[in-house]
Design a protein around this ligand. Structure first.
Ligand code: UDP
Ligand code: MN
Length: 406
């Protein structure tokens, strides 16, 4: 570019500025760069470069130049050239720390576990090993977080059959508020018979939990079915949409601790734990569920003689399983036959056992969840009250009583 090499005009050299110096006479590190003199004394190359650069700036910023035959577009062109030079220079500059950080973050997020495993390998070849070591060092110093913590928690799919009755709002609100405290991701599938009631819909809307409100349109044949068809409707939904997570049948009237939900996340195939059963008219709690040796199930707690013939002594709220068993049988080496569903019309108390027989072959395919076998984490209540009168939807249309103030 001819104009860059052109010397400054005499008019410019003699021009005096109000502050008494040249326009670039600023006492800052950039001043040296702009003046060029400090470089020219060391190397003729840097000197020439600095002079050229100074002239380029003068071409752009000195209004006098544009008046003297340099049209505006030329100044714009110079400005663009300057930006290009600066950008190019910045691009070549190595910001070691920033670059490292970016690389660490990426590797960290994509394959945390592989990194850790590979670090343990003593025979990793030369350069590759160095790279991995560097990345790992960066991870430890940068974040101080265990890579395992960055693996997203397993989704929980909580299935709840429900129906309108005096205590429904109490039960559903209580369960909803417990679920709200569970770490996401959690999907609450609530199923009603025949139609979705406004009462249930309202509670779900305000629960602050991700939910699906389903309807089971099958005719009830037996009052003893107690939610079986509704749970089956939920399983049909999970199967159809290939929902991936741990399925848990949480009836609306039971009590659940937060640690129970968190423990379920460690289940690989089928997990089980003991449940305390509290009956209204009995004066003791009955325990039902596995006897464990570490994570192995080695026997069953049961107190009810009438149910001795069951294969597995587990309550409906005492087990959870991987949802893929419902829609990916090959993965679990299960025969592909009928869909896995809860049986209806079976003797009371045998439902759970007959369902579990479709999911696992025996105890060797079960896992006792780590906290569960030594501690009760949920309670099955029998405190039903179907006969009480209550305001519909828990809305007060008119005063039920009159308070007379004296
Ligand atoms: N349930 C239902 N419709 C019914 C009876 C029960 O949706 O007609 C639901 C109920 O809300 C609960 C579950 O099924 O979530 C189990 O019912 P219940 O507590 O009466 O049975 P139990 O605990 O005695 O097995
Ligand atoms: Mn119940």
């Amino acid at each position: 570019m001819a104009s860059i090499r052109r010397p400054l005009s005499p008019a410019h050299q003699s021009r005096s500025y109000q502050n008494g110096g040249s326009p670039f006479e600023v006492h800052s590190p950039t001043h040296k760069l702009l003046s060029g003199s400090s470089y020219s004394s060391n190397s003729p190359y840097f000197g020439a470069l600095a002079v050229g650069f100074r002239r380029l700036l003068a071409e752009i910023f000195l209004p006098r130049y544009s008046r003297k035959g340099h049209p505006r577009w030329k100044r714009l062109l110079y400005l663009l050239l300057l930006c290009f030079v600066l950008g190019f220079g910045l691009g070549l500059t190595s910001f070691g720390d920033v670059d490292d950080m970016g690389r660490h973050d990426l590797t960290y997020v994509i394959k945390p576990s592989t990194l850790n495993v590979q670090r343990g390998l003593g025979d990793t070849v030369g350069k590759e090993k160095v790279v991995l070591e560097t990345v790992n060092q960066g991870l430890e110093t940068m974040s101080g977080v265990d890579p395992v913590d960055l693996i997203p928690p397993k989704q929980l799919i909580i299935v709840t059959p429900t129906y309108n009755r005096p205590l429904q709002a109490f039960y559903l609100n209580r369960l909803g508020q417990a679920l709200r405290l569970v770490r996401p991701p959690l999907l609450w599938i609530v199923v009603e018979m025949n139609s979705a009631s406004t009462e249930t819909a309202e509670i779900l809307r305000n629960a602050g939990v991700m939910y699906r409100h389903l309807v089971c349109s099958k005719n009830m044949t037996n009052i003893e079915d107690r939610g079986v068809h509704q749970r089956n409707r939920a399983m049909e939904h999970i199967e159809h949409h290939h929902l991936d997570g741990i399925v848990y049948f949480a009836d609306d009237d039971n009590i659940y601790s937060l640690e129970l939900f968190e423990s379920m996340r460690e289940i690989r195939r089928f997990g089980t734990w003991p449940v305390a059963m509290l009956a209204q008219n009995k004066n003791k709690a009955i325990l039902e569920g596995p006897v464990c040796n570490g994570s192995q199930v080695i026997g069953w707690h049961t107190n009810e003689k009438s149910k001795r013939l069951r294969r597995f002594h587990v309550d409906m709220s005492g087990f959870a399983f991987n949802s893929t068993i419902l829609w990916d049988r090959r993965r679990w080496h299960r025969p592909i036959s009928e869909p896995i569903r809860q049986p209806d019309m079976v003797k009371e108390g045998f439902q759970e056992s007959m369902f579990i027989e479709q999911v696992v072959e025996d105890e060797s395919q079960m896992e006792a969840i780590s906290l569960g076998c030594s501690r009760v984490m949920n309670w099955h209540l029998h405190l039903e009250s179907r006969s009480h009168v209550y305001p519909k939807g828990w809305m007060l249309q008119k005063n039920l009583d009159v308070d007379v103030l004296k």
